[in-house]
Design a protein around this ligand. Structure first.
Ligand code: ZN
Length: 471
């Protein structure tokens, strides 16, 4: 476990500060613990500690503090950039069209797939050869709807975050980043997170400083003034995560700002329900239309994804030209027809709401997904809505729920790979194991085309940007 130097420095300072306390405790224990001590009341606390005991105590506390800091704040650093040639031999590769290449040799150079050849032989210059016999290779999974940096409950409930819990202070959630890679999720689409934090996390991930899935982000969620999800954020944080806009000019200005801040997607909230069943102001229809128009005016156009809650809301955003809808209202046929006519992306996020709403209502959402899939023209994409779905199982829950909605395992796999890559505008670089693509590969010991639940298996090898990040 790698702990940054500043933690050790902090541990050292704290140990020095804690030494008098230690000597006090030791001194008390001695004076009360033995006959001899009780017979010698003139000895005061800690006065008889030798320099050696002092030092040992300090080292002990330092170690204790270091372990505590490490346990609480494993920063989950990145593997170094991949260098040289790596090969996976004798592996079964599932292609995007559902066909399989048996006994394939995948050659990876740096972070890119150089070739995928049936049969084939390992490049003699390879720095590593992975035996893929008995294994199935799929492209790295994509979770296309996450909120990767959660609202700070510390500030939300008006108490200061404990200074030593760096995990919360940095808000980069190392445990979740690690869990995502372990599960085979090599890319995420952040659909609304505090702008500067998500931007910083993306930079650190891209630069091989921190480990975790590759990030594409929307930045601030655009909504009405005081609209959902403003209520989820503390006063100090809300303006970083949410942009409340009341006019066309304000809407366009936020789109421009997100563009300059490196956002790849624009996220609008087009609904009036809060998480807890209350109501909040909804984005004005003309403002919504202007936002979509502005985002599409860029070259290349920025995609716009809309959080929707009702058939009417979905209809309005789809007719205004939105590229993707997030969540699905429970109104099967009409929405399926509309989404199909406009060939949009749909991210149902079933694993999130699954945990929040009554079974009957949930079944109506599944009916909608069933109808959209049966229509076949819209593109279904996997998204968990983390943190509403748990990091450790969310992606698997989502994929199994899509399977429940009538998607064949291959369709589910496509939703999490090729389809999700396209909603990120990365249809040519991610989502497939093919020459020239990014080397994001998951090796499994089972066949996900038989049952998607196979993805839950623990014995994975996960490769991201050509580096083995989990095995
Ligand atoms: Zn969401």
């Amino acid at each position: 476990m790698r702990v940054p130097m500043r933690r050790h420095a902090l541990a050292a300072i704290c140990s020095v500060l804690l030494m008098p306390v230690l000597s006090l405790i030791t001194g008390c224990a001695r004076s009360e613990g033995t006959e001899a001590a009780r017979n010698q009341p003139q000895q005061t606390e800690g006065a008889d500690l030798t320099p050696g005991e002092f030092l040992m105590g300090g080292i002990f506390l330092w170690g204790l503090w270091g372990a505590l800091a490490a346990a609480l704040d494993d920063p989950y650093l990145a593997e170094p950039p991949a260098e040289g040639i790596r090969v996976i031999e004798g592996v079964r590769v599932i292609n995007a069209d559902g066909s399989a290449t048996e006994n394939a040799t995948i050659t990876i150079s740096g972070d890119t797939i150089q070739s995928v050849i049936a049969g084939g032989e390992a490049d003699p210059k390879a720095v590593r050869v992975i035996d893929g016999s008995g294994k199935t290779a799929i492209a790295g999974l994509i979770d296309a709807h996450v909120h990767f940096i959660f609202p700070d409950l510390g500030t939300y409930f008006k108490f200061p975050t404990l200074f030593f819990i760096g995990t919360y202070k940095d808000k980069y959630y190392p445990a979740n980043r690690r869990k995502y890679l372990q599960n085979g999720v090599t890319t995420v689409r952040s659909m609304g997170d505090p702008l500067n934090l998500i931007k910083g996390l993306k930079e650190k991930t891209d630069n091989y400083e921190l480990g975790g899935p590759r990030i594409y982000y929307a930045g601030k969620m655009i909504t009405a003034p005081d609209g959902h999800p403003s209520g989820l954020y503390s006063p100090g944080e809300v303006d970083e995560a949410v942009a409340g806009v009341g006019t066309v000019q304000e809407g366009e200005a936020v789109v421009d700002h997100m563009h300059t801040q490196g956002a790849q997607i624009i996220k609008i909230i087009y609904g009036s329900t809060t998480l807890f069943g209350g109501t909040a102001p909804q984005l004005n229809k003309q403002v919504m239309e202007a936002i979509i128009k502005r985002a599409h005016s860029y070259s290349p156009p920025m995609m716009v994804a809309a959080h929707v809650e009702t058939l009417q809301g979905a209809t309005e955003v789809i007719q205004a030209g939105v590229d993707a809808i997030e969540h699905v209202p429970g109104n099967a046929e009409a929405l399926a027809q509309l989404a199909g006519d406009h060939r949009i992306f749909v991210t149902p996020t079933l694993s999130g709401p699954h945990r929040l709403i009554p079974t009957e209502a949930f079944e109506t959402l599944k009916e909608t997904v069933r109808a959209i899939h049966a229509d076949g023209r819209a593109t279904i994409v996997t998204g968990t809505d983390l943190p509403f779905a748990p990091a450790d199982t969310g992606i698997f829950d989502e994929m199994e729920l899509l399977q429940d909605c009538g998607l064949a395992p291959l369709d589910v796999l496509r939703a999490a790979t090729v389809n999700a890559a396209r909603v990120l505008g990365q249809g040519e670089t991610l989502g497939e194991i093919a020459t020239g693509r990014m080397a994001d590969i998951v090796l499994l010991e089972c066949d996900p085309l038989e049952d998607i639940a196979c993805l839950r298996e623990e014995n994975k090898i996960v490769i991201q940007r050509g580096r083995v990040v989990f095995e």
